[in-house]
Design a protein around this ligand. Sequence first.
Ligand code: DAH
Length: 341
Amino acid sequence: MKEQLEAIRAKALEAVALTQAGSELEAVRVQYLGKKGELTAVLKQMGKLSPEERPVMGQLANEVRAELEKAIEAQAAVLAEKALEAKLEAETVDVTIPGKRPQVGHKHPMYTALDEFKDIFINMGFEVFDGPEVEQEEYNFTKLNTPDDHPAREWSDTFYLTEDSSILLRTQTSPMQIRAMEEHGVPIRMISPGRVYRKDEVDATHSPMFHQIEGLVVDKGVTMADLKGTLNAVIREIYGPETKTRFRPHHFPFTEPSCEVDIQCHKCGGKGCPTCKGEGWIEVLGAGMVHPKVLRGCGIDPDEYSGFAFGFGLERMAMGRFKISDLRLIFENDIRFLEQF
Ligand code: DAH
């Protein structure tokens, strides 16, 4: 039995020393010291020994057990230390690796165009007004001298929000002319950019929501010459100093006389091309002298004061400024498109 115990001691100590992981060590412990382990099996044979041998072997067996337990404990500590080192090694932070650059957005190209536009007007002494997109019919149409049977008032053209058609989504920024005159009074020089809504199907040049910039100047002695001079100056700031303009007679209910303003096509120089749809000219805004009825409706005496108003389409301006061919690109927010600006 002594030889058996010594053999177990030698084998077990070697096995413990060879273990590489906690699980292996536990397997070794079970193999020798477990209930069905090799040392336990030897101890079960003690009964067969003579009374003289029994205590001697008992003592030896206890020694072997104690020694194994100690060795296992020591090896467990070694393995734990190793495991920690491996973990730290694997998790080291390399402070020299370049960081991940956070994705930072930037201004939408349409707002870039708007800010340039605002700067031009602010430098000319204009104030910027903000107004409601949910508007009263009275401001969107009636106070702007729009007749009851005007096609824009149709339910098929305008988003009404009440059955009695008194509240709607504004179809133009022109109601801001009225609000500005009522709230600010005259003299006034203002622009007012914002969203407008119409029942249009989406295509390359239409959207049920788009942006306009309204402008209004009212003072004593304002004439059509001021309108032309101001708009020519602004257009040349936006489209370049060589830009040719054309003022075409038109009709708007709230201005008299009224006009539309075109710029000569910068692509073909007026010969006609796909960009200007063969016209040679591209329409950029509507304008006119504020109708005396409109002034009077805002409590302003048209014999004392006169003024001009204008309305730009912001998308069209941004599309011209950045050579964007399809209106839908402006609203889709596709990052591959936006990243180009
Ligand atoms: N509100 C007009 C439109 O949506 C544009 C316009 C034309 C605005 C003439 C004006 C103006 O201020 O004087 O078509």
